[in-house]
Design a protein around this ligand. Structure first.
Ligand SMILES: C[S@@+](CC[C@H](N)C(=O)[O-])C[C@H]1O[C@@H](n2cnc3c(N)ncnc32)[C@H](O)[C@@H]1O
Length: 213
């Protein structure tokens, strides 16, 4: 899969690219390009935004700037899915992540300040996703959330089988994973359930199924 992220701060993604499991699939199952709007803006002095028509605080990411960025990379509108990260988008769920992970190529558009000129979302994007009903300062954290969530669904990202047995998985009927424990078996009087220490795999499996939340 190839994912292109258009942003004002490509270097903000450096930390994420060093983290597992994303780091493990980079250059293999995942080709990632981090692209800056300022590198292709047709405006002078790296300008990318402007005052909102009708007045009000903040600056709005310009449609001509985003169109120029897409043209420079794809030579026009790409055939694959272009996702705007915006509070106005459809809510991100595991089902949406699974859907995105099936694609061969994805483009994520991040904005900041007051957000996108709405013509970007309407005419240059084919999807819009919100990471939750709250406002962040920019779309870079949402883009990283999507990148991480999609990358861990790619072949080889996780140990065999572990991606199928997680919270929100079909295997768990969309529920939350059973509680997990590790050593010590007792701490401050807080004991790990006996069954998990029993070595009886049948009982452990049954307990886990019962405790999917
Ligand atoms: C400060 S926000 C703009 C908020 C916008 N003025 C509003 O009231 O909806 C700047 C940018 O951050 C990103 N962003 C903020 N919250 C987000 C969320 N919940 N989901 C996805 N992107 C978000 C979007 O790219 C957005 O355009």
């Amino acid at each position: 899969m190839r994912i292109d992220v258009f942003t004002l701060v490509p270097h903000a993604f450096a930390w994420l690219t060093e983290q597992q499991p994303l780091a493990g699939v980079l250059g293999g199952e995942l080709e990632l390009r981090l692209l800056g709007y300022r590198d292709t803006t047709p405006l002078r002095a790296g300008q990318v935004d402007d005052e909102p028509y009708g007045g009000g605080a903040g600056m709005v990411l310009r449609v001509d700037v985003v169109a120029a960025a897409l043209d420079a990379v794809y030579g026009g509108a790409p055939e694959h899915r272009v996702v705007a990260l915006t509070p106005a988008g459809r809510p991100l769920t595991q089902a949406v992540v699974e859907e995105l992970a099936e694609e061969d190529a994805l483009t994520f558009l991040s904005a900041r300040f007051e957000g996108f000129d709405d013509r970007i979302v309407e005419h240059l994007c084919s999807d819009a996703i919100s990471v939750g009903p709250y406002v962040l300062s920019n779309g870079d954290l949402p883009a990283m959330v999507l990148l991480d969530a999609v990358a861990r669904r790619l072949p080889g990202a996780l140990a065999e089988g572990s991606g199928e047995l997680e919270s929100f998985s079909e295997e768990f009927g969309g529920g939350i994973e059973y509680p997990q424990y590790t050593r010590p078996p007792e701490f401050r009087g807080w004991a790990v359930p006996d069954v998990l220490l029993s070595g009886d795999h049948g009982r452990i499996e049954a307990w886990r199924r019962e405790h999917v939340r």
